[in-house]
Design a protein around this ligand. Sequence first.
Ligand SMILES: [Zn+2]
Length: 250
Amino acid sequence: MESLQEFHYNSIYELADLIDSSVKAEVDFWGHNEEYFIEISSKFSKDTLLHLYIVITATNFYRRDFKKNPELYEEEEDLEKWYILFDTYSIEFKRLNLKQIQSSSEWFETNTEAFFALFEKMAEEVFYILFANRDFLLRFNSIAAKTIKETRFPINLVTKKGTIRRVTIPQWVKKAVYHREKGRCVFCNADLTGLINIFNTSNYDHIVPLDLFGANDPCNIQLSCEKCNKSKKNKVGATSNFYTPWWKNK
Ligand SMILES: [Zn+2]
């Protein structure tokens, strides 16, 4: 059990949908901690850019929602969904007490830390779903690239052009990506299982190239054969949305 993690899948698809819509609407890393963004986008971090994006997007969205739509949270029972979520993830929070707290928006602000902790937990599960969707990852990495372009990095981390320097892709990233693609090139579906060593660096490719301000982030890596990798290199951000089905229908 040591390597297994318990997932609750409680309201996870709702949050995944919010993140997908935000990426489609090109909502950027609004209000992020720049120093932390620089740290995790320049070297592969297990707490990825997508984890960060999920937490800040959820916090920004619900803060605004509590403020703008007070009628949605007028009674204590309207908050039941949140109470259940806090309990599911064993997060301590303060219940709404209408005698002390005037509005649900105020309740959100008094529970900021609890919400942050909740979104961090939920981010793990949302990540599990979205990491499998390369089409989403391409759109997400394009937003990350835009933020990278606008951010001033320490000079030791970037090239003259301002793009992030290449670093070695860690083995834990290669292993995850290899299994996500089931050992096949994402472009031509070539079966690479018998041909490559799982850790062969030349088969791992940045979805949005570093040269186009892509990040050194686990979500920005995919598996491709050398031919497809070479023909794509540094030209455009590209992936495919072809997947091996669990079984064939016909
Ligand atoms: Zn290929």
